[in-house]
Design a binder for this molecule. Structure first.
Ligand code: KIV
Ligand code: NA
Length: 265
């Protein structure tokens, strides 16, 4: 497979071809997912929940993210690697630069930061310095203690307006990718008409350019009740993990996933 770059994602968007993203935290799954045609591997700080057993992403450190990004890089077969900056590792500008440099050296091609307008200057400066940024909006799990739980975002008119403003501001500042988690499907549709960079969604309906799921969730390897937006793809394939990932890729590309039952009104 030809290596996927930001240009590839922009081209897919222009063509109207959906692309896929899955979390990857280690070399083996990085290899399986990228070999199955998953365009973007997300070294997500969800590894705090999935691998480390925490009840949020707040305890995850930059060192943890560096280690897992290095693991994912070794198994990768040409996917674009995106890595999360964990909680409070981008609180000041100097710190943001250092954190991004560390993740890029570890193998990230894109870094993901959670937040809206307050990140505008950081996005601009990172982009100018050669660091492609994905801005994660909507339900931003690092703020769970501020939200008071994991709740759908953008339901009241003020929140909707703020999300639209943040989206436009992020693109203007030079963001390369936008990612939305747990927002109403109709709000995602509206935002899609206002931005021109690639958009990834989770729990945001079918209108985004791409979908992302946590790998363990889509393999049914979960101990808790899965969120509404999750689909277990194990029964959709040939019984193998490779088959489940291939079924996910096919479902996103053909538009059969996510269905209306995976979205929020
Ligand atoms: O950490 C993660 O896995 C994420 C996705 C859920 C978008 O940020
Ligand atoms: Na994350």
């Amino acid at each position: 497979m030809m290596a996927i770059t930001l240009s590839t994602l922009n081209k897919l968007k222009q063509e109207g071809t959906k692309f896929t993203c899955l979390t990857a935290y280690d070399s083996t799954f990085s290899n399986l997912a990228s070999s199955a045609g998953v365009e973007v591997l997300l070294v997500g700080d969800s590894l705090g929940n999935v691998l480390q057993g925490h009840d949020s992403t707040v305890p995850v450190t930059l060192q943890d993210m560096i280690y897992h990004t290095q693991c994912v890089r070794r198994g990768n077969q040409g996917a674009l690697i995106m890595a999360d900056l964990p909680f409070m590792t981008y609180a000041t500008e100097e710190q943001t630069f250092d954190s991004c440099a560390a993740l890029m050296r570890a193998g990230a091609h894109v870094v993901k930061l959670e937040g809206g307008a307050w990140l505008k200057d950081s996005v601009k400066k990172l982009s100018e310095r050669g660091v492609p940024v994905c801005i994660h909006l909507g339900l931003t799990p690092q703020s769970v203690n501020k939200f008071g739980g994991y709740k759908v975002q953008g339901r009241d008119p003020a929140e909707r307006d703020a999300l639209i403003r943040d989206s436009i501001a992020a693109e203007e500042a030079g963001a390369a990718i936008l990612l939305y988690e747990c927002i109403p499907s109709d709000l995602m549709e509206l935002i899609m008409t206002k931005v021109s960079i690639p958009v990834i969604g989770i729990g945001a309906g079918p209108s985004s350019d791409a979908q992302v799921l946590v790998l363990h969730d889509m393999l049914g390897a979960t101990t808790r009740k899965p969120a509404k937006f999750v689909k277990n793809f194990m029964p959709e394939g040939d019984g193998s993990i490779q088959g489940a990932i291939a079924a996910y890729v096919a479902a996103v590309k053909s538009g059969t996933f996510p269905g209306p039952e995976h979205g929020f009104a």
